[in-house]
Design a protein around this ligand. Structure first.
Ligand code: DC
Length: 205
């Protein structure tokens, strides 16, 4: 059976880690769609027009080492609000989702827009404070002056922008199962996600 799994949620809720682990567990390819928006945002920050940046995105752009920074996240969230940028990235994501071996895609609109027919949809979330703490721990090696309060403020601004935009806003699909990771370790969150997918797949058979 070809399996398509959609995993959405706000920044730093754990969906990247969960998606990679679920993909490895079920032997599926994985696409972090946030990386597409981060790469477009980075090119726009260098002066390129947003639509051109999205239309001419290459593997090399996705392999840039600066896409994980807080600045790249902000730039990504800004270009992600542009309908023409989103439209330019749809085909690539759907082609990835349709690959023969099945796939896990994580992002903001996978279950609602990109793969509305996904076999399993998870909405991975956590409180803003927990997410900010995690993101701060992740970023502080590269950005030692970063303050946790600033990460929280930035994250709230990003949540607001991602969920209030008119095109493909961040929200759970009606048929998504919500997984709140606020009080879970990474191992517990991954185990629960694998179990949810296993049950959803068993229910279909
Ligand atoms: O998941 P991330 O933090 O790497 O995503 C960066 C930004 O990209 C996020 O603030 C919103 C945008 N994004 C989106 O709009 N749709 C997606 N499917 C993935 C990311």
């Amino acid at each position: 059976m070809k399996l398509t799994i959609a995993i959405d949620g706000p920044a730093a809720a754990g969906k990247g880690t969960i998606s990679r682990a679920v993909a490895a567990h079920f032997g599926l390819a994985h696409l972090d769609t946030g990386l597409l928006y981060r790469a477009v945002g980075a090119r726009v920050a260098e002066g390129m027009e947003p639509l051109e940046a999205a239309q001419t995105l290459s593997e090399a752009d996705l392999a840039r080492s600066d896409l994980r920074s807080a600045a790249a996240g902000r730039a990504a969230s800004e270009v992600a609000a542009l309908p023409e940028v989103r439209a330019a990235l749809v085909d690539f994501q759907r082609a990835f989702a349709a690959r023969a071996g099945g796939a896990v895609l994580d992002g903001r609109d996978i279950g609602t827009v990109i793969c509305p027919d996904a076999d399993v949809k998870l909405f991975v979330t956590a409180s803003a404070e927990v997410r900010a703490h995690r993101r701060w721990l992740e970023l502080r090696a590269a950005e030692p002056d970063l303050r946790e309060a600033d990460v929280l403020a930035e994250l709230r601004a990003r949540d607001e922008r991602d969920s209030q935009r008119s095109t493909a806003p961040l929200r759970p699909a009606e048929d998504a199962v919500t997984l709140d990771t606020s009080k879970l370790s990474i191992e517990e969150a991954v185990a629960q996600a694998v179990e949810l997918v296993r049950r959803a797949v068993a229910g279909r058979e």
